[in-house]
Design a protein around this ligand. Sequence first.
Ligand code: FMN
Length: 209
Amino acid sequence: MAAIEGFMEAMAERHACKRFDESKKIPEAQLRTLLEIGRLSPSSFGMEPWRFLVIRDKELKEKLRPLCWNQPQITECSELVVIKALVGPLAPGSAYPRNMLSRRDLPREKIEAYFKKYDDFSAERFGRGELACWSVKQCYIAAGNMMTGAMAMGIDSCAIEGFEKEKVEALLKMDVAKETLALIIAFGYRLKEPPARVRLPFDEIVSFR
Ligand SMILES: Cc1cc2nc3c(=O)[nH]c(=O)nc-3n(C[C@H](O)[C@H](O)[C@H](O)COP(=O)(O)O)c2cc1C
């Protein structure tokens, strides 16, 4: 009971923080907890396609900001986490999915059946040019968990996809055959209270049949 109350409190309290208090730093242990929340997140076929890059280099953050619509969160936050999504290694028949699926404690024939299922599934997405998008979707699940988890520790956040993707990838020297930029999240502490929350009414977005 207490757990759900705490969770709902974090859900209600979290907001997209636009200005961070630059004087406040996230304790290292809490940053690690945040990253751990990302690591423990669910992913389709258990592919864990996220890779988290924590950018602490001040100069790099300053170069990044103009490529992110000049958003102040990039340089004012306490910790900036770039979430990269694997793409190339997820291709059907690759070693990575085989290694990931082989970790399961299942009989060999079941593992082989999983390989086939994954290959068919990923080949279809690959054929439609949707493999990168599929990988990014998984990263967004981790991102959501991390932002709520952060709030449960009293840490504010802002998801940022307002960026020039190719330019950020080039700045971060990303191998785009291997991975694609999914999302950036700024974490820190609010400078001022957020505006009132706006959400559609429950009955407008939920239906039962
Ligand atoms: C995937 C994603 C990308 C976002 N990108 C930005 C961004 O680049 N800059 C920004 O200020 N807010 C960004 N936001 C925040 C949203 O605008 C915000 O979550 C939404 O308006 C609802 O407000 P709330 O989070 O304060 O409840 C992003 C949110 C998500 C989920």
